[in-house]
Design a protein around this ligand. Sequence first.
Ligand code: TRP
Length: 336
Amino acid sequence: MTATPTLTRTLPKRRLTGLKPTGHLHLGNLLGAIRPVVDAQYQAETIVFLADLHALTVAHEPARVRELTLEQATMLLAAGLDPDRAMLYVQSQLPEHTELHFLLECATGVGEAQRMIQFREQSTAQQHVRLSLLTYPVLMTADILLHDAEEVPVGEDQSQHLELARDVATRFNARYGETFTVPRAVHPEVATRVMELSDPTSKMGKTTSSDAGTIFLLDPPDVIRRKVMRAVTDSGRTVVYDPQTRPGPANLLEILSACVDAPPEVLAAEYSSYSKLKRAVAEAVEGLLRPIQLRHAELTRDPGFVRRVLAEGAERARDNATDTVHRAKRAIGLLT
Ligand code: TRP
């Protein structure tokens, strides 16, 4: 008899990503969120959903939410998300999200929700604050716990919400018995944090005041080139990679690095001036986006296909979601 070798098998983790349809997708979304998810879809069990309910927590236009939801779904498919492998659906098409949301509100404190930095920032900036903006992180918690997600890739701005999700899951389990998987935040190693071209100290897409510093995934080549050529740099005469003191050139080098798959320090040495670097960046970004735009155009000609993918995604997601809601209802005292 031969001894069975001990295999350290890493089981695929269940990973969940939510995208909020409040704007057109840009290069920061692609390199920071979409591409890492697409790249990992064959290693991890992948669930991606369009958080259209979250888009209703601030002033919104109904038609725009609908359009952006479809646009973002189409873009995810165009960027390579494989609907036979990953689950892709629209949040509002799976009512279990809101059902679980209410149950979790019964395990969350008002103070806990009020302490969320994003709520505080957004609510002071608005005249009429929707109640749903306060409970937003609880809905996000429901999104995550519904699927027993183990890993949630998040940026800095969502890490406090993820802490809340962990707290609520842990508390619910302690109070009512083991019900939910406690999720954890992951930061994909290959994700690139893209900054505004017009203000390299703020994250791309955050400053809504101008579109000049944001490269949208559907921008035509001449617009991309113009935006890149106008990117803010500094008075330096040589190209060096130093994110701390030279954020403008560093951002360009990181974008180029993500497109051509070479380290930014190495790339810095290849360009003798900012204008040469910018030309290379513009070309690389155009090259990166061209196939995605072509595929997007193809998919747009057949909206029935995208809708079918989304409907099937919701159907596949339903099994596990129903099971989770049942578990939670039983634990909290609604079912026997
Ligand atoms: N709040 C997230 C954002 O603004 C979107 C989101 C909603 C989400 N539900 C989620 C992200 C669940 C991860 C998991 O980007």
